[in-house]
Design a binder for this molecule. Structure first.
Ligand code: PEP
Length: 238
């Protein structure tokens, strides 16, 4: 299983270090072999990577240059960052990134050998049109994306489920993940209002290889609990 925490623009550097200390001790004390990735804000990327991967929430697709306010390859490499989140719904819908630009980022960071967690997901109005419309929408989010890329993880995150407390039914998650599985052999994460109370049943579904968690992962103890659930499912052969 792969268990990821996306902090977004939350937590200071100091708070991130304290959080990481809790999660790192939990992972070593419990011999966790599942992959744990934390995406902190850029200011906290300097935390040494021990038994948890630290990923960047974003990156500009150049080595360096005149891109005010952005962070590029050189700055990520300085901290040993080799994992990046691309296509998150907040970058698409709040910050206005186009599929063309997202695909350019994907190509750049894939060429540099990054592990990429690539997010896709539909807004509510598309979901209401039914499954064919939903899959056609997601298909467009795969334009310019190499689904055969070796270090790829796909996160299915319905836009309407992110930060809202709403989730699709388990049956719907299984259905979409089944359709995604037919397109790629990359591990498939579900994201969108995952919390301690629903993580286990979601991770137990077919073709769900882990979760990407925002708000509920801001508590180190809750995140550890979700890691424990992932490990238990793994141990039980799921
Ligand atoms: C996310 O930001 O990727 C996310 C899934 O957020 P939340 O868990 O808060 O819905």
């Amino acid at each position: 299983m792969i268990v990821c925490a996306n902090f977004k623009a939350n937590k200071t550097r100091q708070e991130t270090h304290a959080y990481m200390a809790v999660v790192e001790s939990f992972v070593s004390a419990n011999d966790i072999s599942d992959t744990v990735i934390v995406f902190p804000p850029f200011t906290a990327l300097g935390h040494e990577q021990r038994n948890i991967l630290i990923g960047a929430q974003n990156g500009y697709p150049v080595r360096n240059g005149a891109f005010t306010g952005e962070i590029a390859l050189e700055q990520l490499e300085e901290f040993g960052i080799g994992t990046i989140l691309i296509g998150h719904s907040e970058r698409r819908h709040v910050l206005g990134e186009s599929q063309k630009f997202i695909a350019e980022k994907f190509r750049f960071f894939a060429e540099k050998g990054f592990a990429i967690v690539y997010c896709v997901g539909e807004p509510l109005e598309v979901r209401e049109e039914g499954n064919d419309a939903l899959m056609a929408y997601i298909e467009k989010q795969f334009e310019g994306i190499d689904l055969e890329y070796a270090d790829l993880v796909i996160a299915y995150e319905p836009v309407w489920a992110i930060g809202t407390g709403l989730t699709p039914s388990l049956r719907d998650i299984e259905l979409i993940h089944g359709a995604l599985r037919a397109k790629t052999s990359a591990p498939l994460l579900y994201g969108g209002s995952v919390k301690v109370d629903n993580a286990r049943e979601i991770m137990g579904l077919e073709n769900v290889d882990g979760v990407l968690v925002g708000s509920a992962a801001l508590s180190a103890n809750d995140f550890c609990e979700m890691i424990a659930q992932a490990a238990e499912l793994g141990a039980s052969g799921r």
